[in-house]
Design a protein around this ligand. Structure first.
Ligand SMILES: Nc1ncnc2c1ncn2[C@@H]1O[C@H](COP(=O)(O)OP(=O)(O)OP(=O)(O)O)[C@@H](O)[C@H]1O
Length: 247
């Protein structure tokens, strides 16, 4: 399983207007020999839900990886308002089914960044894990193997791992993709509650319904930013048909 903690020292915002959690400008990023993001400039509003939207391969996961600090931009500026390092919940498909981990062990991994890999868990760690599992309704699955859980259950365990990191900035890669409507609704409602409780949430999503209910959207196409702002301004029929028109 890839568990990604932000190890880099983030650059602080030079002026703190109070409503921006992350700001980036002229950002280029990608993989060796594969540039993806090109000259992106935008901000992530504080205490709000932001949806990253765009077709397959447009760069949503890459941008999340950059915001999480696990992909280093090749150029540009990336600044964070004061706060905890981000918690990153990767795509469910990126997590191996065959790993011999229980649901609880998976959530406990969320504490590694804070406590270090080899130190025994403290009471604070156990409380953080218990409370994240309760909140996601997965406490009853604690001893079940991750690989034998349903897609929705596994997704909730992964979000609990993110919550156990006790960050005020939660980044999620397609948290509702491939789930049935009930599981989707449950996760969407939980993310909305987290925002109300003071967390800034960013999710990459293919789910236009979820994107329309976000506070802000960044619309990506081919590694470029086509629009940012409230969903009703960004996800217009013209913009959507332009990027999703059949080849
Ligand atoms: N580890 C990697 N190494 C090389 N190229 C990669 C890697 N991961 C992604 N890419 C490429 O980078 C581009 C952007 O991928 P990314 O996963 O960011 O897009 P996405 O919008 O999240 O797509 P999807 O909706 O399919 O998840 C794609 O062309 C992809 O093939």
């Amino acid at each position: 399983m890839t568990i990604m903690f932000n190890k880099h020292r983030p650059e602080p915002l030079d002026d703190e207007p109070g409503n921006e959690r992350i700001r980036f400008s002229d950002l280029d990023a990608g993989y060796p020999g594969r540039p993806v993001l090109r000259q992106l400039g935008a901000h992530i509003p504080s205490l709000a839900m932001t949806a990253l939207v765009g077709p397959n391969g447009s760069g949503k996961s890459t941008l999340l990886g950059v915001l999480a600090g696990v992909i280093v931009p090749t150029s540009g500026r990336l600044q964070y308002a004061a706060g905890r390092p981000p918690a990153f919940v990767p795509q469910r498909g990126a997590v191996g089914d065959a790993l011999p981990l229980t649901a609880r062990q998976t959530v406990e991994m969320g504490r590694w960044g804070e406590r270090g890999l080899w130190r025994p868990p403290t009471r604070r760690d156990r409380t953080a894990v218990d409370s994240a599992m309760d909140r996601l309704g997965v406490a009853g699955l604690a001893d079940r193997q991750l690989g034998e859980l349903s897609g929705g259950q596994r997704q909730r365990v992964l979000i609990a791992q993110g919550l156990a990191q006790q960050s005020d900035l939660l980044l999620l890669d397609e948290p509702t993709t491939g789930l049935d409507p009930e599981a989707r609704e449950r996760i969407t409602a939980l993310l909305t509650e987290l925002v109300a409780d003071g967390t800034t949430v960013v999710q990459a999503t293919h789910d236009l319904e979820a994107a329309r209910s976000a506070d802000a959207c960044l619309l990506l196409s081919d590694g470029r930013l086509l629009g940012q702002g409230p969903p009703e301004h960004v996800l217009t029929p013209a913009a959507l048909s332009r990027i999703w028109q059949p080849a």
